[in-house]
Design a protein around this ligand. Structure first.
Ligand code: NAP
Length: 461
């Protein structure tokens, strides 16, 4: 049977009203929870257990029999038992011949065994049709009815008909089966529930590392230096001033890191003259977590906005303003309005507001509920064009903030430049390279390469 026809089959619901008995081996937490749900969906359920005594915990409409007796009553048997106990199935091989065995098991570690649990089950009972399913659904979610967050059930197996039967049950439970192909996919499906936010690992570790670095950098420059050279105690900067320096630095750097891999990929493609050669693994992984990097950047930008809003009510700021007014009054002089400074300050704020607005827009369009409603061109327009515009606005916001302080020797303490200067390094590199890539002499060949043209076919795989 061709793959496409099997997919069509997978989409077609079972129109027959007759529900076949489902057998569940194991009356543990998962077996009971799944049994309860399957009974609610209209299937008769029979449990196969080491003890045929029923208890209050077992759904009252279900029968509890020995494994051999229960297996004879159904064509589908769900093995709700840990993998290490599977060897009790070997003596039952004859009874299980031709039956659909559903492996729901999970492991404690990623790639714990050389073969997947489902493949192991298929080896133990060679005459059975093994299907992997339900392992990403928890007993708790089945019992409490909180299945909204995990409606997808990955299904895989070598026998199309068996897989179809299991997918019908999945649909009857109100869940969505996702056909992952043959039993070879079982290992990946078994590893799936063990992953902890895989796409978030790099962005979170990177931001933690950068936060720690910039915290100590700012602490050295703004607190320790002042204490050593001016004997002033600015340790309270740790509460608001330093976080309000770190947040915009991280927001800008991480936003630039969202666009840096795209620029690197373009350089690699231009150099190789083909798109048919895989990028290095690190670049592939980096590209895959761009959305998460962008969302972490947005979180830092939002914190920066909140910290900035409280500046006027800070005791230190109010003290500084009143001292300046007092000193003007005592000296009987009024500082004239510096229009250049007023321009710089207003432009800096305006750029920040616009940059943050676009930043939020980028964040909103990356949400699946929104991105599902725009076509590919619209999505690219927002994420690429508006993304670069956000980067330009935020970089300019920081450049204007720096003003003419870049060249002032007083901005360097222990030869360390102000932290915001460091935050400009990656964004400026990205913007300059991107600007160079726009030149027709580079843009044209790059566009052709991305359309499939090859300059150096020896690079293609
Ligand atoms: P459990 O509460 O420990 O129950 C396992 C059942 O296996 C027992 O109640 C027992 O049933 C049977 N059993 C135990 N030792 C046996 C042996 N030596 N020989 C034969 N049968 C034996 O485990 P569970 O949480 O229900 O999990 C069952 C399976 O579902 C596991 O593979 C697990 O990875 C998978 N799973 C669980 C969850 C979850 O949320 N719990 C989620 C997804 C997948 P009897 O006393 O009736 O024989």
């Amino acid at each position: 049977m061709s793959k496409s026809s099997s997919n069509i089959m997978a989409l077609a619901p079972n129109t027959s009203n007759k529900r076949e008995t489902v057998c569940i081996f194991g009356t543990g937490d998962f077996g009971r929870a799944l049994g309860h749900k399957i009974i609610q969906s209209g299937y008769p359920v029979v449990f196969g257990s080491r003890s045929t005594q029923t208890s209050n915990l077992i759904p009252k409409d279900a029968e509890v029999l020995s494994h051999a007796e229960a297996a004879q009553k159904a064509a589908i048997i769900i093995i709700a038992i840990q993998r290490q106990h599977y060897n009790f199935l070997t003596p039952l091989a004859e009874i299980l011949h031709g039956k659909v065995l559903v492996d729901v098991s999970n492991n404690l570690k990623i790639n714990q065994y050389p073969e997947s649990n489902a493949q192991y089950l298929a080896q133990l009972v060679p005459g059975a049709k093994v299907v992997k399913a339900f392992n990403t659904v928890s007993a708790w979610a089945l019992q409490s009815g909180t299945l909204d967050a995990s409606r997808q059930v990955f299904v895989c197996g070598d026998d199309m008909e068996a897989k179809q039967m299991v997918m019908d049950i999945v649909r009857a439970l109100g869940l969505t089966p996702l056909d992952k192909g043959s039993l070879l996919a079982a290992q990946e499906i078994e590893n799936y529930p063990l992953q902890l936010f895989p796409m978030w690992k790099f962005p979170i570790l990177l931001s933690l590392g950068l936060t720690a670095f910039f915290f100590f950098y700012c602490l050295t420059r703004d607190v320790i230096y002042s204490y050593v050279y001016e004997n002033k105690d600015f340790s309270f900067f740790i509460a608001i001033s330093i976080p309000n320096r770190i947040c915009p630095i991280l927001a800008l750097t991480l936003l630039a890191l969202v666009y840096l891999p795209g620029v690197l990929a373009a350089i690699i493609q231009l150099y190789r003259g083909t798109k048919y050669h895989r990028f290095p693994d690190w670049l592939d992984k980096w590209m895959l977590c761009r959305k998460q990097l962008g969302l972490v950047a947005l979180a830092f930008a939002s914190l920066h906005v909140l910290y900035t809003l409280v500046i006027p009510i800070r005791s230190f700021v109010r003290w500084r303003i009143s001292s300046r007014i007092l000193s003007q009054a005592l000296n009987n002089e009024t500082e004239p309005l510096n229009t250049t400074n007023a321009w710089l300050s207003d432009s800096y704020l305006a750029l920040g507001i616009l940059g943050f607005f676009l930043f939020v827009l980028l964040g909103i369009t990356s949400l699946p509920s929104v991105s599902n409603n725009v076509n590919w061109r619209e999505f690219r327009f927002v994420q690429s064009k508006l993304g670069y515009l956000t980067l330009v606005l935020c970089t300019t916001h920081t450049l204007v903030y720096g003003g003419n302080r870049f060249l002032s020797p007083s901005s360097y303490r222990w030869y360390l430049p102000n932290a915001y200067m460091l935050s400009l390094i990656v964004p400026c590199i990205v913007l300059v390279v991107k600007f160079v890539l726009i030149f027709p002499c580079l843009d044209k060949p790059l566009t052709r390469i991305r359309q499939g043209w090859e300059r150096n076919p020896q690079y293609s795989e």
